[in-house]
Ligand binder design. Sequence first.
Ligand code: NAP
Length: 344
Amino acid sequence: MNKAIEQQKIEDVVIVGSGPAGYTAALYASRADLKPLMIEGFLWGGLLQETTDVENYPGFPEGIQGPELMQKMRDQAERFGTRFITDNATKVELSHDGGLHRVYVGDDVHVARTVILSMGAKHRKLGVPGEEELSARGISFCATCDAAFFRDRRIAVIGGGDSAMEEAIFLSKFGSSVTVVHRRDEFRASQIMIDRAREIEHLDFLTPYTVERFEAGEHGALSKVVLAHAETGEQKELEVDGVFIAIGHEPSSELVQGQVETDENGYVLTAGKSTRTNLEGVFAAGDVVDHIYRQAVTAAGSGTQAALDAEWYLRDRPPDPNEHWAADPAKIEAAAEEAAARSA
Ligand code: NAP
């Protein structure tokens, strides 16, 4: 075929990201016969891949392991025809006028009438020396994943919100001591969580201190946190075996920053109770939108909504009969260059 007229298939639905929101959107979109294409990421499955027992996902009275739950969701979407690309989306070009959207995986471009954004969230980092280097060598972002490694060890938790309290309370069942380090004297956590933490004998609070850096000991594992008093700057060293950083999450919305409307923290904004973004044919679900509930089951519910919103959008805008295939500008350009080179 002449490369100049080589054309690109148009997908009805491309889903970017693969936590409970993405897989559930894929399940519903496949059952609606929309044959969704999911760019699920190289490390598919989202934050649930890091958890062990999930005991609050309805339908599993004995609990289920996070990775197993994600595998089941993926299998269910696949059973009804979802196609997967197990790689990261590298660029997204969203149409601003209800036209076709483009999702890139490296040099491959996928053209779609609708896009469902379900990239989830990631742990916020402190950004101090030693944090990257000592991750998994004493520094963790997930108490449920790693608490068991710190049985009878000295643990610090960084943060002052509900997550920090929850992690500290959980970790107190393992560690010989747990110190919650927070940058202010007041906590953002709810009073009930603070009270529960205060009741635990070997759990104490160190405020107002910020983390300057993490240092390794003889065996290359974390041995010390260097802190600075938030007001006086006075330094303090805390000897620990494990540190859990629980300073909140950040939405993984970098791909679409500047294209869809987000709030000041980068969470994608959706209209009312729907999953509609400010761009026609672009929907968003799960933790990339939600900074309040952040549960697997609420994410899955919003994935359902996104698939239904996409289905209704497509139903109300039947494709132009001549628009089954879209010209791929990159290929046309390459073909033109090739033709020019041949005739030169
Ligand atoms: P959060 O409420 O945003 O709290 C983050 C904490 O980390 C704050 O205390 C903040 O300090 C601190 N922090 C942020 N950036 C920092 C930095 N660079 N250096 C040092 N400290 C930093 O986040 P979250 O605790 O993850 O909670 C998120 C949402 O989930 C909340 O709505 C929470 O209620 C909910 N949640 C509920 C439960 C529960 O009820 N069981 C459990 C977990 C989470 P400042 O206070 O100084 O800003």
